[in-house]
Every structure is written in C-alpha cells, then in structure tokens.
Design a protein around this ligand. Structure first.
Ligand SMILES: NC(=O)c1ccc[n+]([C@@H]2O[C@H](COP(=O)([O-])OP(=O)(O)OC[C@H]3O[C@@H](n4cnc5c(N)ncnc54)[C@H](OP(=O)(O)O)[C@@H]3O)[C@@H](O)[C@H]2O)c1
Length: 306
C-alpha cells in the first residue's frame, strides 16, 4: 500500500470512529455552551471584582467528574471537594452505605450521584461508564482512579491469591476505567485523567512486593496514556502520595509526614487543574525522597528495611 493510500485510509478510519462517537457526546457541547453563557452573564452582571467561586468563567474549568474508589479516604475527600467546587460527581465503590453518606457541602454548586461497583468486574465498566456520562449531562471533564487495596504481607509470605487481588483492583481496574475515559477524552479533545499511585511504586520494596508492582504498573500505564493522548490535549496525571491518614494506613507503625485525606485531595485537585504536572508527589517533599530512593544502588537497597 502506498504512503498516500495508507494515510487516506487512516484518515477515513479516524473520521468513521469520530462519527460513531459523536451522537453520544453531542449533548456535551450544548451543555458547555450553556455553562459558558451562564458564567459570562454572571460575571458581567456582578458589581464586585471579588467574584464568588461559582461566578468565575468556567470555560477552562471542568464540571463533571467520576471518582472511582470514593467510599472512604482520599476518594471520598475528592468527591466532597469537587462537589464544593461545583462539579457534578459520580462516586463509585463497593460499599453503597458509605457512598450514601457522601453529601455535597452546604451551598455547594455540584451534586453527587453514586454507583455501587466492584472494579474487578471489568466487563461491566464500558456500559456503566456510558450510563454515568449520560447521567452527568453527556460529557466528562475529570476521572480520578483512587480505588486501591494494600493487604498486610508477612516477611515470609508468598500468597499468589493475595498478590493477584491487588493487581486486579489497583492496576486492572485502573486500566479498565481509564481506557473508557481515554476514548471519550480523545473524542472530546479535552479532559483530565488522574491515577492515585504511590511513592511505594518507585522501588521494589521487601514489605509490599505486589502493591509496589501495581503502583509502578500504574505509573507506566499512565505515562503511556499521557503520550498517546498528548495530541488530543488530554491531561494525564500520576499522583504519588506519601502517608495519608485513611483506613488503609490506620494502625500502621512508623508513619511520618502523615497528612489528612482532605489535605491530600486539595493538593491532588490543584495538580489536576495545572497541566504543568504529569507526576505529583503529595506532599511535594516526597519527590526528594523518591529521587534519593531511586538513586540507591540495588546492592544497598536490599539491605535497607524499607
Ligand atoms: N493512605 C495512604 O497512605 C496512601 C499512600 C499512597 C497511595 N495511596 C493510594 O490512595 C488510594 C486511596 O486509598 P486510601 O488511602 O484513601 O484508602 P481507603 O480509604 O482504604 O480507600 C480505598 C478505596 O478503594 C475502594 N476499593 C477497594 N477495592 C475496591 C473494589 N474492588 N472495587 C471498587 N472500589 C474498591 C474502597 O471502596 P470499597 O471498599 O467500598 O469498595 C475505597 O473507597 C489507593 O489507591 C491507595 O493505594 C494511599
């Protein structure tokens, strides 16, 4: 096949793909136009220069979000902050009772909808994703994958079932949800994908082999998505928290620089809104730790108890 024929075929395939996706997302365009018109009116009618947050021009501000792994900890804090910032948010996790406790803060512009879902049920994700996007108004601006498990692993323990369950939740679920978002964002030519990885993924640690592997896998997968979607101007952010005070870390010894889930969520959302960041350690001082840890030669690293 000649170069010109190949290029023509590629263009035609792209165009066919776009036309197939278009009906699903056309309501998004009108929703954004309506939001822009409302905001412009709000700004021009305001007598004051210090506008309330909801009256800021929204053209560059995402408005609909999905948080996967939202029933507790960092995910729940993200949902509350997003709703406070005026987003319509879909909160996803297995525990429906915990999800139902998520309330938008008083006066919040956004609403919270919930879905009970187990991320290991990857076959259900494409349909669920489409249904949620419809419910949020036909478009999506932000997805955060925060679902994760980190079971305790003893020093002499080699439990394949336990290890593979972490792969399924932390990495498999991430890939399945982010793939759906990637397809939509590529068509929309905008959107932000955030994966909550961990500083633990920076090295193969004795204490949590499979957990560290899942977080390293997430970082690599998200980097590849970032590279694939750069041309469509989609922002892909890898977050690497240190220690955060959540169910996951409760009762653990030796934690330091512990921050609250609310503080973590605030930093994560700031980075999500700033395209400068492709990887964000939370808080930033963990970047220095990660840099040092990655530089330690293997023969020394294996002697350390970290
Ligand atoms: N806490 C830390 O110090 C720390 C540090 C670095 C990275 N992280 C990462 O941050 C993320 C959030 O963790 P967290 O600290 O906020 O802990 P958390 O409070 O235990 O939250 C974990 C979330 O994942 C959800 N989840 C687990 N398995 C799931 C499944 N099969 N299907 C759907 N949802 C599932 C849980 O909901 P259900 O149980 O209701 O399903 C929960 O909402 C995780 O990826 C974790 O690895 C945490």
């Amino acid at each position: 096949m000649s170069g010109a024929t190949k290029r023509a075929r590629e263009h035609s395939e792209t165009w066919v793909g776009y036309r197939q996706e278009l009906p699903r997302y056309r309501t998004d365009i009108s929703r954004w136009n309506r939001a822009r018109a409302t905001d412009n009116a709000a700004v021009s009618n305001s007598p004051s220069t210090t506008q309330p947050r909801t009256a800021q021009p929204r053209t560059a501000q995402p408005r609909a979000a999905i948080v996967v792994g939202a029933s507790s900890g960092i995910g729940a804090a993200l949902v509350r902050q997003l709703a406070a910032d005026g987003y319509d948010v879909c909160a996803i996790a297995r525990r429906a009772d915990k999800l139902s406790e998520l309330e938008p803060p008083a006066g919040a512009g956004g609403r919270i909808v919930t879905r009970a879902h187990d991320v290991t049920d990857t076959a259900a994700i494409p349909e669920l994703f489409e249904e949620i996007v419809r419910e949020l108004g036909g478009g999506l601006d932000l997805i955060v994958y925060a679902a994760g498990i980190m079971p305790a692993v003893g020093p002499e323990e080699y439990d394949t079932e336990k290890d593979l369950s972490q792969l399924e939740v932390n990495l498999g679920g991430c890939i399945a949800w982010c793939n759906e978002a990637a397809r939509l964002f590529r068509t929309q030519r905008r959107g932000t994908i955030v994966g909550i990885g961990s500083i633990a993924g920076d090295r193969g640690r004795k204490g949590s082999p499979a957990y560290a592997t899942t977080k390293a896998g997430m970082a690599t997968y998200l980097e590849a998505l970032r590279n694939r979607l750069a041309e469509a101007r989609v922002h892909v952010l890898t977050v690497k928290p240190g220690f955060v005070d959540t169910d996951m870390t409760r009762g653990m010894d030796g934690l330091f620089w512990l921050i609250s889930a609310d503080d973590a969520a605030r930093t994560i959302l700031k980075a999500a809104h700033n395209r400068f960041w492709s990887t964000r350690y939370v808080p930033l001082r963990w970047w220095a730790v990660g840099t040092v840890i990655r530089a330690i030669p293997s023969f020394l690293f294996r002697r350390l108890n970290i």
